[in-house]
Design a protein. Structure first.
Length: 314
């Protein structure tokens, strides 16, 4: 594949992962606080040094840095979620398309092998009518978040892990009703909510999403209940082993036959997502931020509700 010169803005956990998978495409780092960075700001990087930027930064500067990239004809990958004020996402996407610039919001879980397998199973129709989808995503990062003033605020775990879960719903089911409601929101150890449950009882399928920073062993589970059987995911590759199970319904009742696939491997999602972004850039694929527009609206409404319910102190 043709080379693409990239810079990484933000040398935190995600920035260092992005820098590693970019390999020989990587040319420089931007970070105002890290001594190893080559530049202190994006504007300081000579424009002839790079073709694309990987923006691993907090939410507040995302729109302004994306606008800078578009104005200077640079492609950009930005870490999820893309939060913005009304009208900003649509205007940004329109400008990017007019300049032939690719903007891409990173949701690396789309490249998780069992997520792809679940999407293919749903699309095949083998499950028949799908009744319910329940997902749980738990990290044990409450203490780390508490020590980070810019992370322990707002709606806490909801935009952090909830954005992944909401994006996964669209990845699997396509366009869905965005009428989610907060069922539970708590601040057990953090200033901002560290345990949240949201659901959409009107969607088809019914959807329930639980997220927390209080799961001391990181874990993910998914259970899909359907007319012709069920499908399940337990864990992600990065926490392995990760297992996908499909069970076929027996009528009128009985123990269902099942097929199970277990993976024990390193996390493949970061490298796969970078190659996907690179292909989009080299092909100059028109920017599409419609999923971000939907997510921004859902997250904005849920975040306000979660903070009010939890009585968050942030």
């Amino acid at each position: 594949m043709t080379a693409m010169r990239v810079i990484v803005a933000g040398l935190g956990v995600q920035g260092n992962k992005r820098r590693k998978v970019a390999g020989s495409d990587y040319v420089a780092a931007v970070d105002p606080l890290q001594p190893e960075a080559d530049y202190g700001s994006l504007a300081a990087v000579p424009l002839d040094r790079y073709d694309a930027a990987l923006l691993c930064i907090p939410d507040e500067p995302k729109i302004s840095l994306l606008e800078y990239c578009v104005a200077h004809g640079k492609h950009a990958l930005v870490e999820k979620p893309l939060c913005a004020k009304a009208g900003e996402i649509e205007a940004l996407a329109e400008r990017a398309r007019s300049r032939g610039v690719v903007l891409y919001t990173a949701y690396n879980h789309r490249f998780e092998p069992h997520y792809v397998r679940m999407r293919e199973l749903i699309a095949s129709g083998a499950l028949g009518r799908i009744y319910s989808c329940r997902m749980f995503y738990g990290n044990g990062t409450a203490r780390l978040v508490a020590s980070s003033p810019w992370r322990d605020r707002g709606a806490g775990v909801l935009p952090d892990l909830g954005s992944h879960l909401l994006d996964t719903c669209r990845f699997w089911f396509g366009e869905i009703d965005g009428n989610f409601t907060v069922q539970s929101a708590s601040c057990f150890e953090n200033q901002a909510p560290d345990h949240v449950i949201v659901s959409n009882e009107n969607a088809r399928p019914r959807i329930e999403l639980e997220m927390t920073l209080l799961m001391w062993r990181n874990h993910f589970t998914c259970d899909i209940l359907a007319e012709q059987g069920t499908a399940h995911i337990s864990s992600l590759c990065k926490w392995g082993p990760s297992t996908f199970t499909q069970r076929s319904r027996v009528l009128p009742s009985g123990r269902p036959p099942e097929q199970s696939v277990t993976l024990l491997q390193d996390d493949p999602t970061w490298a796969a997502e970078y190659e996907h972004f690179k292909r989009l850039c080299l092909a100059r694929t028109p920017t599409d931020l419609s999923a971000d527009l939907w997510l921004n609206g859902v997250l904005s409404r849920l975040s306000a509700s979660a903070q009010k319910m939890a009585g968050g102190r942030a």
